[in-house]
Ligand binder design. Structure first.
Ligand SMILES: Cc1cc2nc3c(=O)[nH]c(=O)nc-3n(C[C@H](O)[C@H](O)[C@H](O)COP(=O)(O)OP(=O)(O)OC[C@H]3O[C@@H](n4cnc5c(N)ncnc54)[C@H](O)[C@@H]3O)c2cc1C
Length: 416
């Protein structure tokens, strides 16, 4: 049993709160109101304000304290699923459009981090997707060919050649140089929010929006906690899993378990060290934090367990504790050459999923005054950046074919 570890989310435990924002204490008028205090809301607030719109951002909790702080901060096209799997779900043209948008998102986040005074812990990393079984191995061999023919740098690792680079066995692996990145998501959300404030955004935390009231006059009123109101022309709902209650969109959710070690000085048997994602269930992912700790997550506790009768009879805490132990055991087994692995933080948090692994972005046909930005899954941060660009373009009335890929009513999604 892991006895010494702190049950605290790593990023908020190691970082100070950089800025506290007020709660809403008056009624406001604005053009754009953004509901949420995570990375999606912050990036949307920044982009809309940069385009000159009078913007207000309202988060129910302190900035960054939702899914954003729980995130591992890994960014790669390997995150949620292989490109091969995405092609099977939505077709080659759409899948490659999504990959291009994600690649662009990493570049844009890198550029933003370079512009900020704050150090967001951004660094480029290589990325590995590996499979342990034959079925996963076959998928990754197809993935290799797909990447080669689409100009994405990739190297195929097989059971013959992996051991020079990694100490854990694999049936196959795809290693891509420089296509991924790591960030401190908590520092990043604060840096983005503070950049948005410099552009004139009014930010309120600990201010939940209770109801969105669409008036006849073409305006929308947000009824907030403490009987305060925000009147606006347009709303972006970027409330993380809370968006689901307002727009629908999540197909399922799961509790992800994370362990973080004390800083490690040497990464023997871990080429790079790179971002690592496993192919096939149960998924695991590993990265190295800016202060050289190993962060490992995965082995989710399914929402089936959480949302049903079973959850009422079963105590979920021993289940997550067991998952932490399994993660630690797996970590030690994967990297026998890394010395002094000591787990310092353990925590579990809820993450949403859509069946095609893509976010839900845009308006519903029946309402042109509310846009949704439900960004979840292992690529949630990249989707946040994509959401901020595409939703701004939609508001500005620019023709935007890419947004159709993520539309709440996309046809391949509705078929389910
Ligand atoms: C364990 C875990 C690991 C992850 N790892 C990665 C990763 O490595 N890479 C990656 O890209 N993504 C990862 N993700 C996903 C990523 O963290 C999320 O997709 C992303 O942070 C979502 O940001 P968000 O702003 O949309 O939502 P959140 O950060 O959840 O923020 C939602 C905000 O909305 C506010 N809110 C909710 N309801 C209301 C309301 N009614 N009124 C006002 N405000 C409201 C909340 O208070 C909160 O501030 C991970 C997620 C989890 C859980």
């Amino acid at each position: 049993m892991i006895t010494k570890a702190t049950e605290q989310v790593f990023w908020t435990a190691v970082n100070q709160v950089p800025v506290q924002y007020p709660w809403l204490n008056e009624n406001l008028d604005c053009e754009i109101a953004i509901i949420g205090g995570g990375i999606t809301a912050a990036l949307c607030a920044l982009r809309f304000s940069q385009a000159g719109y009078d913007t207000v951002m309202l988060g129910a909790s302190p900035i960054g304290f939702g899914g954003t702080a729980s995130s591992s901060g890994m960014m790669s096209v390997d995150g949620e699923q292989s490109i091969t799997t995405l092609v099977e779900k939505i077709g080659a043209d759409r899948a490659m459009m999504a990959v291009e948008l994600m690649t662009q998102a990493i570049n844009n986040i890198e550029q933003l981090c370079n512009e900020f005074e704050e150090d967001c812990g951004f660094r480029r990393m290589d990325s590995l997707r590996f499979a342990e079984d034959i079925k996963g191995g076959e998928t990754l061999r197809r993935e290799y060919s797909l990447r080669l023919h689409n100009g994405i740098n990739a190297q195929l690792l097989t059971s013959w050649n992996y051991s020079e680079q990694f100490t854990f066995p694999m049936e196959a692996g795809i290693y891509s140089q420089g296509i991924g990145a790591q960030i401190d998501p908590y520092r990043f959300v604060h840096a983005v929010t503070s950049a948005a404030v410099k552009q004139g955004v009014r930010v309120y935390e600990n201010t939940a929006v209770i109801e969105i009231d669409k008036g006849e006059s073409g305006h929308v009123t947000l009824n907030c906690e403490r009987e305060r109101y925000v009147n606006c022309k347009y709303v972006v709902v970027a409330a993380g899993i809370g968006t689901e209650q307002l727009s629908g969109g999540l197909d399922r959710s799961a509790t992800i378990c994370t362990i973080v070690t004390e800083p490690v000085s040497e990464f023997s048997g871990w080429r790079g060290p790179c971002l690592i994602y496993s192919e096939g269930a149960p998924t695991i992912f590993l990265t190295v934090t800016p202060d050289s700790r190993i962060l490992m997550g995965g082995l989710s506790v399914s929402s089936i367990l959480e949302n049903t009768y079973v959850s009422k009879v079963l105590d979920l805490i021993p289940i997550t504790e067991k998952k932490y132990e399994q993660l630690e055991k797996r970590l030690r087994k994967m990297f026998p050459a890394i010395r002094n692995i000591t787990v310092e933080y353990v925590y579990s948090s809820k993450n949403g999923r859509t069946d095609d692994g893509l976010p839900v972005l845009g308006r519903k046909p029946e309402d042109d005054r509310i846009a949704y930005a439900l960004c979840c899954g292992n690529d949630g941060i990249l989707y946040s950046e994509i959401a901020s660009r595409l939703l701004l373009e939609q508001y500005q009335g620019k023709a935007n074919q890419q947004l159709g890929l993520f539309s709440p009513g996309r046809e391949w999604r509705i078929r389910h």
